[in-house]
Design a protein around this ligand. Structure first.
Ligand code: LLP
Length: 424
């Protein structure tokens, strides 16, 4: 459930008309709902605790939507953060996530990033390879610390979904095999700079079936048991993120309650504290991208293009993953639907949001909203074609605030510097 609804015929967010935001901030613009972010977090947390999972760490995957105001909304409810770069660690800290609720994951952390995270006192480094284990141990030792680490395992399960976001098969770059995990865990135990506290996995994203999770979690359980059988202590099990969301006409994902019941089944009696790294399930349906129709361009042979002022640099998911986003006119006309190709102004054919989509009739100047765009939307935006970075707005209870302003063209140009030999 989300808080984007039609109110007196006009698409609104928590009582704020999207047209009012477009008027004030311009388009394209991302709009996020505080109530929806909060709801998604609490529904997941309550589902887990209702299953008897005590004090789960819900480490919000910052990459889904790294805006400080979004992270802060969740941090105030007790969320932790799953981070994959120094930038994300800094964002989580700046938004008020306590370091002891921050997990640092990722296959390629640099020495500087590791040192920064250790000095900041993050809860756990999720190690993805032997060289990373050695590097982390050396850095921790040089800082006079013992880094709490988890070994990220690649459970080798097929999670479905788009190939570009599957992470849990043995031929993906993520994590180590179960055999390697056993060896590295023992090695970490004997490394002066490290204290292994657990094991972690993350099998992919937009997963719409519980079976791959259950298969992976069953294997993780066996790993915990066999590590313990060797006398190694395991306190924590990080089960990653990946739970899918309903993108309108897409397969219906399991509910947080079904997911929680499965987690409880898979981990019953294991006596570990559980961590989760949800991103999309919290942020996707809490945000929309509002754009304006620039032109309706009609080919003589019949194809109709709705050309928007938003483009693939603002929302890359359709171009990159063939992702489906529901598109709703903000003030729909009550008339027979028309078939459109909805495109942006960027100079490549990939800048097509959808082809042959039946929508209410559109005219130049109309506003449309891309639904379910709160996760991996603004987060993956760029300035391609020297378009200004898309602004972001957060709504709460009938009020809204710009939480990332649109830069000016002067800002954009001022970031670059001329080499000395080009000076006049
Ligand atoms: N933890 C780790 C280690 C991850 O790599 C990811 C996502 C998550 C948690 C959060 O997964 P979620 O709950 O959001 O599914 N840009 C793509 C999605 C990439 C996901 C990458 N990793 C998209 O737009 O669909």
């Amino acid at each position: 459930m989300n808080h984007f609804e039609f109110d007196q015929g006009e698409l609104s967010c928590e009582g704020v008309r999207l047209s009012a935001i477009a008027e004030a901030v311009g388009t394209p613009v991302y709009v996020y709902s505080t109530a929806t972010l909060e709801r998604h977090f609490t529904v997941l947390r309550d589902a887990l605790t209702a299953e008897g999972i005590v004090d789960p760490l819900i480490a919000y995957a910052v990459k889904a939507n790294p805006n400080l105001a979004v992270i802060r909304t969740l941090a105030r409810l007790g969320a932790g953060a799953d981070t994959v770069s120094e930038g994300e660690v800094r964002r989580a800290l700046a938004a008020g996530v306590p370091p002891e609720r921050i997990v640092f994951s990722g296959v390629g952390k640099s020495a500087d990033e590791i040192a920064f995270a250790l000095k900041a006192g993050v809860l756990e480094m999720n190690l993805e390879s032997e060289p990373e284990l050695e590097l982390t141990s050396r850095i921790a030792q040089s800082l006079g610390l013992r880094a709490q680490v988890a070994i990220r395992v690649n459970p080798d399960v097929e999670a479905g979904g788009h190939a570009k976001i599957a992470t849990g098969k043995a031929d993906n770059k993520f994590g180590v095999s179960f055999a390697e995990a056993q060896r590295l865990y023992a090695r970490a135990t004997n490394s002066p700079g490290l204290k292994p506290v657990g094991v972690a996995c993350h099998i992919g994203s937009q997963i719409t079936d519980l079976a791959p999770f259950e298969a992976a979690f069953g294997k993780m359980r066996q790993l915990v048991e066999s590590l313990r059988a060797e006398g190694l202590g395991v306190e924590r099990l990080d089960l990653g993120g990946g739970l899918g969301v309903p993108y309108f006409n897409q397969p219906t994902p399991p509910s947080p309650a079904d997911y929680a019941a499965m987690v409880a089944r898979a981990t019953r009696g294991l006596d570990v504290s559980l961590a989760f790294e949800p991103g999309r399930v919290i942020a996707a349906n809490a945000g929309v991208l509002v754009a304006r129709v620039l032109h309706i361009h009609e080919r003589p042979e019949g194809r109709k293009f709705a050309v928007l002022d938003a483009a693939m640099n603002d929302l890359i998911r359709p171009a990159m993953y063939d992702a489906y986003h529901d598109i709703r006119p903000v003030l729909p006309r009550d008339a027979v639907g028309v078939v459109y190709d909805v495109v942006g102004p960027i100079c490549e054919t990939g800048d097509t949001f959808t082809r042959d989509r039946t929508l209410p009739p559109l005219q130049s100047g109309d506003l449309v909203a891309f639904m379910s765009a709160g996760a991996y939307g603004a987060s993956m935006s760029s300035e391609y074609n020297s378009r200004l970075l898309v602004p972001e707005v957060l709504v709460k209870d009938g009020a809204f605030a710009v939480v990332r302003p649109r830069p000016t063209y002067e800002d954009m140009l001022a970031r670059e510097t001329a080499p000395a030999w080009q000076e006049p």
